[in-house]
Every structure is written in C-alpha cells, then in structure tokens.
Design a protein around this ligand. Structure first.
Ligand code: ADP
Ligand code: ASP
Ligand code: MG
Length: 283
C-alpha cells in the first residue's frame, strides 16, 4: 500500500507475548517493521490473564479473598518475562507494575468483603492484564535498542456506553489520537482492550477487543495497514482446536473474514474489520 500516513499498526495477541520465545519473535517483527515504517504496537494481556481476572472477580464476589494470590501470580509471571528478556530494565519496570498490582489486589479484596464492585471497577480489574503487559513489552523492546514507551489507550481511543463493552467512536478516536501525536513516543506500545470515555475514564471493548483497538487505532492514524499477530498462521478454514486439519484460508475477502468472525471464529473480534475503515488488515 502506498496511500496512508506511513503508520503501520502491529497487534500482538495474548499468546504472542506470553512466553520468552513468542515475545522474542514479536520483537523481531517490530524491529523489522520499524525500519520501514512508523510503527505503533498494540498488545493484549498475556494469554489466560483476562480469563483469570474474570474468574477472580467472580470468586471475590462470592467472598473469597483472592486478591493477594492473584496479584502474586501476576507479579511472578510478568517479572519472569522481564528477567528473561529485559534484565537491565527488570527492576525498574517491576517497580512500575506495583501500583497496578496493588490496585487489583485492593479491588478484589474489597469485593471479597462484600463491597460490590461497580461496573467501572470491574472493568479496571479486567484491564489489569493489558495495563501490565504494555510495560513488559515496552521494556523488552527498549532493551533491544528501540525507543519504545508504554501508552495507555485512554489517551488515544474513545468509546462510550457500558464500561465492559463500550461502543467505539471512530471520529472522536481520530481527533484524540491526532492531538496525542504531538507528544507521541517514537515507538508507542498501546494497551489493547481498553479505551477512554469522554472524560478518559476506563471502558472496555468487550472480550477479544484488542483486535478492535488495533483497527480503531489504525483508522485514527490513517495507517497504511494493520497486522494482527496471533498463534495461528492466519485465518484458518476452521477452529484448529476443534479441527486439527484446518488450513490457512487463502484469498479470504474482508467480507468473508467478517462473516467468519460474526459466526464466532475467535481469531477476529466481530467488529474488527468494520472499524478498519478500508485500511488493509493482515492476520
Ligand atoms: P489472540 O490473543 O492472538 O487474539 P485468540 O485466542 O483471541 O488469540 O484467537 C486466536 C485463536 O482463535 C486461535 O488460537 C484459534 O484457536 C481460534 N480460532 C477460531 N477460529 C479460527 C479460525 N477460523 N482461524 C484461526 N484461528 C481460529
Ligand atoms: N485480553 C482481552 C481478552 O482476553 C482482550 C484480547 O485478548 O483481545 O479478552
Ligand atoms: Mg483475540
């Protein structure tokens, strides 16, 4: 593609950032892309984290004091990645993670004491994975000499409505993103899954919503293309968990891909392509 602003958006799903091996591969993709284009990275929570947070919120609502254990597990998992791939920045970055871990710990413990989480507090709990992941991924990229900084998507993307599944606003996102560009770091690493409402309060884009974050950001930046990196070699003819013989769909049109997503293929959030506004999306 030659049209567009020159930006390329790379989104890495949970499995692409979960292990040192996967994260190393993601870093190579970013390094390569960043040599030819202005690059923005969108990251999901490490695989399994959002579901674990959802389960923790349910357990807490039933009176179980899970806050310390949940924060402890998240702390260990993220620190392990830091020590493996960003040893020089591990200590400093681990310190940045602490207030995020403390917040989820406190919310879950409050819920366990019978103080019901508001929908907004629940959204904060579920967003914890992305809020942590961006710091780890930015540190790993920085360790490789890239000018990466973690960015909270509330500064760029606008959505409104229920805090757990808010409706993206492409026009307002474009306006907020364009204003943000004046102070954007060279290589932004943006939280997937979450956006800001009119007051930059935290709202979520629904489960699997990091795909939506990527195309919403791509459209706001008028990007040349959006690449969604996941744990399959592309959109397959069937869910590989159910059909091991599934093969890469070649020559899949955007309309067919959108239809697959609407029918429940988890590889793409159903709203992903609709929000791309004509920008090429590669899986
Ligand atoms: P990510 O965190 O990268 O977004 P997801 O788990 O949300 O990953 O989506 C990728 C998963 O979607 C694959 O691991 C696969 O199990 C599932 N999937 C379902 N249908 C398809 C399909 N048609 N093509 C590829 N993957 C599919
Ligand atoms: N982490 C979020 C989820 O598991 C968003 C995403 O992965 O796209 O739903
Ligand atoms: Mg997904």
């Amino acid at each position: 593609m030659t049209s567009g602003s020159g930006w390329v958006v790379l989104k890495f799903g949970g499995t692409s950032v979960a292990s040192p091996r996967a994260l190393r591969r993601a870093v190579a993709v970013v390094a390569r892309t960043q040599r030819e284009a202005r690059t923005a990275v969108v990251v999901s929570a490490l695989a399994g984290v959002t579901s674990a947070l959802e389960a923790a919120a349910t357990a807490a609502a039933h009176g179980k004091a899970v806050g310390a254990a949940v924060a402890g597990r998240l702390r260990r998992r993220h620190r392990k990645l830091l020590h493996a791939l960003a040893p020089a920045r591990a200590r400093e970055t681990a310190r940045v993670l602490e207030p995020i871990l403390l917040a989820v710990h406190a919310r879950l413990d409050a819920a366990a004491l019978g103080i019901r989480l508001t929908a907004s507090e629940h959204a904060h709990v579920l967003a914890t994975g992305e809020l942590l992941a961006v710091h780890v991924v930015a540190a790993v990229l920085a360790e490789r000499g890239l000018a990466a900084s973690a960015v909270d998507a509330r500064a760029l993307l606008v959505a409104r409505g229920g805090p757990l599944e808010a409706e993206p606003d492409p026009a307002a996102s474009r306006e907020r993103t364009q204003r943000w560009l004046a102070l954007a770091p060279a290589l932004p690493v943006v939280t997937g899954f979450l956006a800001g409402d009119d007051d930059k309060g935290l709202v979520l884009l629904g489960r699997g919503g990091s795909d939506v974050s990527a195309t919403l950001l791509g459209s706001a930046l008028e990007a040349n293309r959006v690449e969604l990196w996941t744990d399959t070699p592309g959109v397959l003819t069937a869910d590989p968990r159910l059909e091991p013989a599934a093969r890469v769909h070649s020559g899949l049109s955007a309309m067919e891909a959108a239809r697959l997503a609407r029918l429940g293929a988890r590889v793409l959030h159903p709203r992903t392509l609709e929000l791309a506004h004509g920008i090429p999306v590669l899986v």
